[in-house]
Design a protein around this ligand. Structure first.
Ligand code: HEM
Length: 321
């Protein structure tokens, strides 16, 4: 009986904490708006747009790496650029196994954009790294052919980054696990599927999908299976969307319809009847995918946003001030 009571009060405390976190983060998110820097850095979007463009010319990895960086930033401790922090003790997010595959080109794209912003005297040290990541992610999408959605701004940078805080979805997660992960961020199954469409860009190391080949995963198309065995014999990666790897479009969803999803967590969205309809919808209508993707990115961009009370405008994105 005593046990039941303590369980009940534990549950009550947990609910209270969850409600408080939700209320606090919705307050914090409420400050975001597209014209946040209109007075202090009126040309911010143009500066970031041009800088990202140059990064994309330098490397085709820049856009996918930057887009993924935004997700990994927002999903851990909120969109606060904590993923960029290099800690002298070695205890930071990027050194967690789940972040280790983030490509240097993504970090460099942000550092270059920040340098470009700070080279404008009016803007210097006034724009947060978290907002630069959000803008650079949008540029990576739109300059790859995807939607040019409006980015809400006004995030502060976090001061903390720890290895243990990193909790991210995994390649063999089923639909329920994916849903529950995104649900904790305040995102729905539709948001999760639309955001997974980010896998229209970039690549994955063979270690993430090779265990599905050689007939081990019946949801994989046999000719794709053979193709991947050849690819991984030659190189250590394959494109997530091998039709248009550098183009942001809906071909990722068409590939899923044909059993050609690279990661288990991609293909399961088609295998599971509960999400298949959305895949078919996006595969047949790129405009709807772009629309839902823009909404989901905007929602993702509101997760755990910091304010002046618990954040700062970092001068160097790699180190708290
Ligand atoms: C649904 C759960 C997800 C899982 C399990 C997952 C997992 C992965 C893995 C394993 C890779 C390959 C990394 C490598 O080998 O370097 C990858 C790449 C990528 N992911 Fe995800 N991801 C998920 C969701 C997302 C979301 C929500 C976004 C963005 C909105 C995203 C954007 C990307 C991009 C753009 C790449 C290519 C990166 C590159 O080429 O450097 N992913 N993802």
């Amino acid at each position: 009986m005593a046990n039941l009571e303590s369980l009940a009060s534990l549950a009550a405390i947990l609910i209270l904490v969850l409600v408080e976190v939700a209320v606090l983060s919705s307050f914090a998110a409420a400050q975001l708006r597209p014209d946040y820097y209109a007075n202090v850095c009126p040309n911010l979007e143009g500066i970031v747009r041009y800088s990202v463009k140059q990064s994309m010319v330098k490397s085709p990895i820049s856009a996918p790496a930057t887009l993924r960086l935004f997700f990994h930033d927002c999903a851990v401790m909120g969109c606060d650029a904590s993923v960029m922090i290099i800690s002298p003790t070695g205890d930071d997010e990027w050194r967690n196994q789940d972040d280790y595959s983030l490509k240097p080109e993504g970090f460099q794209t942000i550092l270059d954009a920040k340098a470009a912003v700070d080279s404008d005297l009016q803007c210097r040290y006034k724009v947060s790294c978290a907002d630069i990541i959000a803008l650079a992610a949008r540029e990576s999408v739109s300059q790859s052919g995807g939607p040019n959605y409006t980015v809400e701004l006004g995030r502060y940078d976090g001061k903390i980054s720890t290895t243990n805080s990193v909790m991210l979805p995994h390649v063999d997660d089923n639909l329920d696990s994916l849903n529950s992960f995104f649900y904790t961020l305040g995102l729905s199954q539709i948001d999760m599927i639309a955001l997974s469409g980010a896998h229209t860009l970039g690549a994955a190391d063979c270690g993430f999908f090779q265990h599905r080949t050689r007939g081990k995963d019946p949801s994989m198309n046999p000719s794709f299976d053979a193709q991947l065995q050849g690819t991984c014999a030659r190189q250590n990666f394959a494109f997530l969307d091998d039709v248009t790897p550098v183009g942001f479009d809906n071909s990722y969803f068409k590939l899923l319809q044909n059993g050609r999803g690279l990661l288990g967590s991609d293909q399961v969205l088609y295998t599971d009847q509960r999400s298949r309809g959305t895949i078919d919808y996006y595969a047949s209508n790129q405009g709807i995918f772009f629309y839902d993707f823009s909404i989901a990115m905007t929602k993702l961009g509101k997760v755990g946003v910091k304010t002046a009370t618990d954040g700062e405008i970092r001068r160097d994105c790699r180190y708290p001030n």
